[in-house]
Ligand binder design. Structure first.
Ligand SMILES: [Zn+2]
Ligand SMILES: [Zn+2]
Length: 682
């Protein structure tokens, strides 16, 4: 085996925006798919570095931070930590999940652009740009929305139209408006630094044409864009939040987020080499060796940036560099279509969808991983459906769970937990053994072609074949007359159990570990994809006492849990929603004010004696600047009656008076009908 050269991979997933927790659609689009591929390559014995990170710069983060009234850096780094932790919980096996606001990345990007400028691909130009007079800032990219000039879609963003995927500039938008205040912007002069994309058009064209691996639809999209002519694009922005542009005279500007985030694929490997494995030479080893294969897992809206902008950046950097100095061009991309949720678009504001934090609290991780891949939007948009989720897990259990459990319990009970030995094979045995011997190759070919959905479905089918084999051989009858013949069947079945342990490992690693632990196989780096065969498990091996692998999925229960989580977390105008049960805890009652007096040495406070019918209380309230004592005496008011009593200026206040407040105007609530003190508000 040692004479076969190992593949060397840089595997990446698209960088999620740091201002939102990813939802299931984001998860399957790039993150989970790339993890499966990386895990597979490691099992094949390839050298892998698997990286991604949080995209922390750019207008979406700046806009979100502005709305929340905190600094963009604070928002970005806080959310990055949350997302990184969630990916860990989803068992995404990144070698480095970093953030574009890291020192390594910032320094790398600045040096990279200095090189490109030296190579003659950067020029300056004064242009007119959209400016919001209300917010006093330029409106780059997503700070502005309007109507798409190509497809007339509304709410096209200043950098790209979601509907037709075309790249845009803010000035192309029709009826543009500022996303912060909604006002139409004005034109104002500003200077920007441009990347001379047309200069590299021919080189890009031949790169795309030569790379036959790139999926047909993506290639075609790129070739169309190239033949339409690639425009020059500004790489600087009048935006505070971002990587400071390294060009002389551009000190106030930052680099457009899309022109630096893609470079994170490179800097994340640099950071990994320098800071994580502490072997800086590994950076060149991966990114500057033409034998390395880079693969990018992205959503379909990202194709242009990965196959046009990114290669052009690399080509302009590589100019005049010798081999060994050049950064390698993309080897392949795997782009997915959209995942919908019950046939709707995911939407936080409308509460449509499941987010990756709440998913983990509602059902076991491997159920989510399984169902997402099982319905991966590989060739067309798919939808997460509750009914399918339930069916998918049932399919997993019926075909794989049952086969494994039947095999292990039989060996446990009938053979004292010891793998029995084999006999001569008959035709039925041979047929199933052939499957065992060929399954890893077959599934591997699908994964290599990024057909993850097919791969997983074929693994499930293999489970189906296992059950058919068992039923055909009926060892539970066989054992009554010929124990050795029954043992032979289970020697074969245990090889298939081992196969599932390996085959499922990229997809549902937790389950795989459990399966292999029954066979006392340590789940270490030494697991090998190609170790699956008819002799993988030796006779005489002691197995562990099995338990069922999967539970029946109660979709209603999961939906209830999610609903509860949403209630706990959901926001209306930035405030937490309370449930009806929460509201019921409040005891709000009508009270009659019997007497009012000023609290000595407190300008604002009144001490009031009130009655709730049977019960008298003292309440202190800050009303002295708004009501005269005689205006309050004899008034029926509304109080929160079960609030913990607290002392104000030495006086114990036993309730809170409710009032409407608008700036300086304070108005106590009062019932508009004659209703006795003590009446409950509900
Ligand atoms: Zn459009
Ligand atoms: Zn504005």
């Amino acid at each position: 085996m040692s004479n076969i050269e190992k593949n060397k991979w840089v595997i990446t997933s698209a960088w999620p925006y740091v201002n939102a927790i990813p939802h299931l659609g984001n998860m399957i689009g790039s993150v989970l798919s790339s993890d499966i591929f990386a895990r597979f390559c490691r099992l094949k014995g390839d050298e892998v570095v698997f990286v991604s990170g949080s995209d922390s710069h750019g207008t979406p983060v700046a806009v979100a931070a502005k709305k929340q009234n905190i600094s963009a850096q604070e928002l970005a780094l806080k959310n990055h930590t949350i997302i990184k932790d969630l990916f860990k919980k989803w068992q995404i096996s990144y070698d480095n999940y970093t953030v574009t606001h890291s020192l390594t990345h910032i320094e790398f990007v600045r040096n990279f652009y200095k090189d490109i400028q030296r190579n003659g691909y950067i020029f300056e130009k004064e242009i007119e740009s959209l400016y919001c007079e209300h917010d006093k800032l330029f409106l780059p990219d997503r700070f502005v929305e309007g109507i798409c000039p190509h497809c007339e879609a509304e709410n096209a963003r200043g950098d790209q139209c979601d509907k037709c995927q075309k790249l845009l500039t803010p000035l192309e938008l029709k009826r543009a408006h500022c996303v912060i205040c909604g006002e139409p912007p004005v034109l104002r002069k500003t200077k920007h630094w441009y990347l001379d994309l047309p200069k590299l058009q021919d080189e890009l064209d031949s790169f795309i044409k030569q790379n036959q691996l790139i999926p047909q639809n993506a290639r075609q999209m790129c070739l169309n864009s190239i033949s339409e002519g690639i425009p020059q694009r500004a790489i600087t922005r009048d935006l505070e939040w971002g990587i400071p542009a390294p060009f002389k005279g551009a000190e106030e500007k930052t680099i457009y987020v899309w022109f630096e985030a893609v470079l994170g694929y490179i800097s994340a490997v640099k950071e990994w080499a320098e800071n994580i494995i502490k072997d800086p030479s590994k950076f060149d080893y991966f990114w500057k060796d033409p034998k390395t294969k880079t693969v990018f897992f992205i959503g379909k809206d990202n194709i242009i940036f990965h196959l046009i902008i990114f290669p052009i950046l690399l080509l302009s950097y590589n100019k005049d560099k010798s081999n060994g100095e050049k950064l390698i061009l993309p080897y392949n991309v795997s782009s997915t279509e959209w995942l919908m949720f019950e046939n709707e678009k995911f939407s936080k504001s409308r509460g449509v969808g499941i987010w990756i934090d709440e998913a983990l609290e509602a059902a076991p991780l491997d159920y989510w991983r399984f169902t997402l891949i099982y319905n991966r939007p590989e060739t067309s948009d798919t939808s997460f459906l509750w009914s399918e989720f339930e069916n998918n897990i049932k399919t997993l259990n019926d075909n794989i769970g049952n086969f494994i459990h039947r095999t292990l319990t039989f060996i446990d009970k009938q053979f004292n937990g010891t793998v029995p030995h084999k006999l001569e094979f008959d035709e039925i045995d041979k047929k199933f053994i052939e499957r065992i011997n060929s399954i890893s190759y077959e599934i591997g070919e699908s994964i290599k072609a990024f057909k993850l959905r097919k791969a997983l479905r074929d693994i499930v089918n293999f489970g189906k074949e296992g059950n058919i084999y068992l039923n055909e051989k009926a060892p539970w009858h066989l054992i009554k007359k010929d124990k050795e013949a029954a043992g032979n069947v289970f020697n074969i079945c245990i090889q298939a159990v081992y196969a599932f342990g390996i085959l499922l490992s990229p997809f549902i690693p937790g389950t795989s570990e459990k399966i292999l632990s029954y066979l006392n196989v340590p789940t270490s780096k030494d697991l090998k994809w190609d170790s699956i065969n008819e002799n993988a498990v030796k006779e005489g091996l002691k197995i562990k006492k099995p338990e069922p692998l999967f539970q029946k999925l109660d979709v209603q229960e999961i939906q209830d849990k999610l609903q509860k989580l949403k209630e706990q977390k959901s926001n209306v105008g930035g405030k937490e929603l309370v449930s009806y049960d929460d509201f019921k805890k409040l005891d709000i009652r009508v009270a009659l004010i019997e007497s009012v007096e000023k609290v000595p040495k407190a300008d604002k406070l009144y001490k009031m004696s009130i009655t709730l019918g049977a019960e008298k209380r003292t309440v202190v309230a800050g009303l002295a600047e708004h009501y005269k004592t005689e205006e309050l005496k004899g008034k029926k008011i509304v109080i929160l009656a079960n609030l913990e009593p607290r002392k104000l200026r030495g006086i114990l206040s036993e309730g809170m008076l409710l009032a409407a407040v608008d700036g300086d105007v304070v108005s106590v609530l009062t019932p508009d009908k004659n209703i006795p003190p003590g009446a409950k508000i509900e």
